[in-house]
Design a protein. Structure first.
Length: 301
């Protein structure tokens, strides 16, 4: 059957509303044609997508799965149309940009300010997720560009470019004896309980923390886990752990926590983090290239 954009839009709206009348109103059409279109869709797929009652509809398991996939198809179509319309002039249009939470404090706001100031006709739609999920979204065309933590476990199908570097810092409970110092040696933390990043949600940071502690001669003691930076810092605020976080995390991120720089012992001490731009391999989008140039711009934003 012919899965037109209009038919996918109709089903997605109905899945969101779970009501033919409200869905028809959102779609600027009457209810009978919408009902007929969904019936044709079910016949064409050979699958029941809805459980109908006199007052509402409910998605079947197959219907819920099809709604998710239909949204992805529509997002990919919209992204493709947007790219085509930007080819002639990358200074206008829309970009779907993914980012990890760790860069949302300093790096990402700077890129957004520079883009607004230099290319006011270019709109950036932001999507936050893990590095692995963002990489998958770039491969599928749902994102034009993503800023992730390197290295990626699966770089296939991507053009990866290092755009920024930062260092790890240590987050300590405010009453910790080491909080009196201006800088802390990583080896001084060998006996501490660590709040450790999730191996899936924060894979890049988890790998970097483990590598830095190895370089300092110890394995971090697993005191707690979290799948986000606020979660890691919350463990520290509770007084039970210390943790290593990107130095961009602001000092006032959470009461009861202090951040200290880590003393450098060598040029390769395992404390360096990289922010990597992921673009679909073979893609040459002028708007993407403009944003990448701004991301590498060392001038303060």
């Amino acid at each position: 059957m012919d899965l037109t954009t209009r038919l996918l839009e109709q089903f997605v709206v109905l899945a969101e509303e779970e009501h033919f009348g409200r869905a028809a109103e959102r779609l600027s059409m009457s209810q009978p044609p919408l009902s007929q279109a969904i019936q044709r869709l079910e016949r064409g797929l050979g699958v029941r997508l809805l459980e109908r009652s006199t007052r509402a509809v409910r998605l079947t398991a197959a219907g819920a799965a099809f709604a998710r996939d239909a949204r992805h198809l529509l997002e990919a179509q919209q992204a493709a149309v947007g790219r085509a319309r930007r080819i002639a002039d990358g200074a206008e249009g829309e970009l779907h940009l993914g980012f990890i939470s760790g860069i949302s404090y300093t790096f990402l706001p700077r890129v957004l300010r520079l883009t607004r100031d230099r290319f006011p006709g270019l709109r950036l739609h932001l999507h936050q997720n893990t590095s692995a999920e963002l990489a998958s979204m770039v491969r599928s065309g749902r994102l034009d560009l993503a800023f992730v933590r390197g290295p990626l476990a699966d770089p296939d199908g991507l053009d990866l470019r290092t755009v920024a570097a930062e260092r790890l810092a240590v987050a300590l409970p405010a009453g910790h004896p080491l909080a009196e110092r201006t800088a802390v040696g990583l080896a001084d933390l060998a006996g501490e309980n660590f709040a450790l990043p999730s191996l899936t949600a924060l894979a890049g940071l988890a790998e970097q923390v483990a590598a830095a502690c190895r370089a300092a001669g110890f394995a971090p003691r697993d005191g707690a886990r979290a799948d986000s930076l606020p979660g890691l810092i919350s463990h520290v605020a509770a007084g039970s752990c210390v943790c290593l976080v990107p130095e961009q995390v602001p000092a006032g991120a959470l009461p009861g926590v202090v951040f200290r720089t880590l003393e450098t012992t060598s040029r390769d001490d395992g404390l360096a983090l990289t922010v990597v731009a992921a673009v679909r391999a073979g893609q040459r989008d002028p708007a993407v290239e403009r944003v990448l140039a701004l991301a590498r711009d060392p001038a303060p934003g």
